[in-house]
Structure formats: C-alpha cells, structure tokens
Write a protein that binds this ligand. Structure first.
Ligand code: ZN
Length: 166
C-alpha cells in the first residue's frame, strides 16, 4: 500500500444509485439514493461494503462492493465512449452530452450532461426573448384568442362549403 496521492485505480463509479451516507454521528442506517453512475474515490473496501467519497455530492457513502467499479478517468471524455459530467460527476455515455461545435481536436461535446443542463435551464429566469420565442410573437394573445379565430374561420369555411353545395 503506497501512501500519498491516490492512484488512478482509486477512482470508481457506482453501478447502483443507493447506499448509506456517512453523517456527523456515523453511517446512516437508512438506505438512500444518489445519482447512478456517480464518480468518486474509493476510501476502503471490506469486500462487502465499499466506502466511497462521491465528488458530485461531496459526501462519503457506504455502497455495496459489487456495485462499485474502477474507472480510469484518463480514458473518459470526448475521445472515449464515456465522459464525466462537470456538475453531477456521473460517468455517462457520451450520447448523454449535447454535441458542441467542432474544434481542432475534432468533435467535442458539452461538459454538462443533458439532465444537468435541463436543471440549469429550469432554474434560469426566462429572458423576454426566450418568452417571445416560446409564444412566437411580441404580444401574448389572450388565452384561447387564436383558437377562437381558427374555430371561427373553420366554421365560416364549412358554412360557405355547405352553401356552395346546396
Ligand atoms: Zn450531470
């Protein structure tokens, strides 16, 4: 056992989404959930339970040893099948990241996974432009206003069709 900095093999990700959180007064007896595929650093493993510090949560958890898999973090990213999100720190298939523009190194993807980006979008207050893009115009019409207009024109069309037919 070497001392000092952690070896790359100490990096792990969790195949499960549940474990026992370390709290101020010890390990919680309650099984709790975290984000599946969370990446962390292995602090210990007795063969049954692994102790992992989950980066995304900045918390230490006890997780079943069988559900903890070593990950070579140098073999993650745009050039590899999997990549780690910069917000939730989950190891996810690169498909989980929105493609970004190409750079000189080739295809790159956003550093934040889609679920985290959705969270950001939800939290962000909507700008006037964003609201306009959603409603498709400068002024928001009264609820039902557009619908009524199209209903009316349909009625008129029908009436004129019916009149033409008779
Ligand atoms: Zn994420």
């Amino acid at each position: 056992m070497h001392s000092g900095s952690f070896a790359m093999t100490d990096w792990v990700y969790c195949l499960t989404d549940k474990g026992y959180r370390h709290e101020e007064d010890g390990v919680s007896p309650r099984l709790r959930h975290f984000r599946k595929n969370a990446v962390g650093i292995l602090r210990g493993d007795d063969g049954e339970m692994a102790t992992v510090w989950l980066i995304g949560l900045n918390e230490t958890w006890n997780i079943g040893s069988a559900d903890v898999e070593a990950v070579d973090v140098l073999k993650t990213g745009d050039k590899w099948p999997k990549k780690i999100c910069n917000i939730c720190h989950s190891l996810l298939a690169v498909d989980s990241f929105e493609p970004n523009q190409n750079n000189k190194h080739g295809r790159v993807r956003r550093p934040t996974c889609r679920p985290c980006r959705t969270d950001i979008d939800k939290r962000a207050p909507k700008t006037r432009q964003a609201r306009q893009a959603e409603t498709g115009g400068e002024e928001t019409p009264e609820k039902g206003g557009t619908v009524q207009m199209s209903d009316l024109s349909e009625t008129l069309n029908c009436r004129s069709n019916c009149e033409n037919r008779s």
